[in-house]
Design a protein around this ligand. Structure first.
Ligand code: PXP
Length: 236
């Protein structure tokens, strides 16, 4: 199981004061030293944290793989097609939200989602879609040509009950049977990830807030290493 470290919130601190520090680029290097298998950033339409400059530098310096989360917005898609990160994860976006609130409604935004997938894939970028862990949505993601689905684990994180774990597990098994790569993330932290580690179909977790929050006390390298040890089953 891979760990993608989302470093958005390093940039959130930078933007809070409009300074040039702390630099998410430093965070990416340290996260990789701590064992991150990938670096994830979300370039939002309001640029509240990650900006074009960050994505461009990260594309050059990340040694693992760069995964950029983005809405289906045309301008950002144009930018990503030029930059060509290894992965793009299509997510829903609402201006007023504090963080991504749920999976992308790929039925409602069918045309935009399909167009984005086609454009990104023809630029050689792998595409995942951030969706709710529901079989019907997984099936549609596959039909639209996604390489992977990332399951939104927010509901599980808010209410970690067995039925939520089962829902993620069933959707993961189904997705893998359709030869989709399975990713998961949102709201995961050092104490709630354990039950999901038993779902063998999940190939990648994308975790941000909890790791960056912990890094305030222990540094980024150690915060990432501790999460990696949990994922590898070396630490409770
Ligand atoms: N995966 C996706 C698609 C996300 O949008 C986010 C939040 O930016 C994450 C994972 C990471 O969530 P968290 O910061 O709660 O770990």
């Amino acid at each position: 199981m891979r760990l993608g470290v989302n470093i958005d919130h390093v940039a959130t601190i930078r933007e809070a004061r409009g300074t040039i520090y702390p630099d998410p680029v430093y965070a990416a290097v340290l996260a990789e030293l701590g064992g991150a298998d990938g670096i994830t950033v979300h370039i939002r339409q309001d640029r509240r944290h990650i900006k074009e400059r960050d994505v461009l530098i990260l594309k050059d310096i990340v040694k693992t793989h760069l995964n950029v989360e983005s809405s289906i917005n045309q301008d950002i898609q144009d930018f990503l097609v030029k930059v060509k990160p290894r992965w793009v994860c299509l997510v829903p976006e609402r201006k007023e939200e504090i963080t991504t609130e749920g999976g992308l409604d790929i039925e409602k935004f069918q045309t935009e989602t399909k167009t984005a997938i086609e454009r990104l894939k023809s630029a050689g970028i792998k595409v995942s879609i951030f969706i709710e862990p529901e079989k019907e949505i997984v099936k549609r993601a596959r039909e639209m040509g996604a390489d992977a689905v990332e399951f939104h684990t927010g509901k599980y994180a808010e209410n970690p009950i067995q039925s939520e774990i089962d829902r993620i597990e069933e959707a993961s098994e189904y997705g893998a049977s359709l030869e989709l790569e399975i990713h998961a993330g949102h709201g995961l932290h050092y104490r709630n990830i354990h039950p999901l580690l038993r779902i063998k179909e999940i190939e990648e977790f994308n975790i941000g807030h909890a790791i960056i929050a912990h890094s305030i006390f222990v540094g980024i390298e150690r915060a990432v290493r501790e999460m990696k040890e949990i994922i590898n089953g070396k630490k409770d």
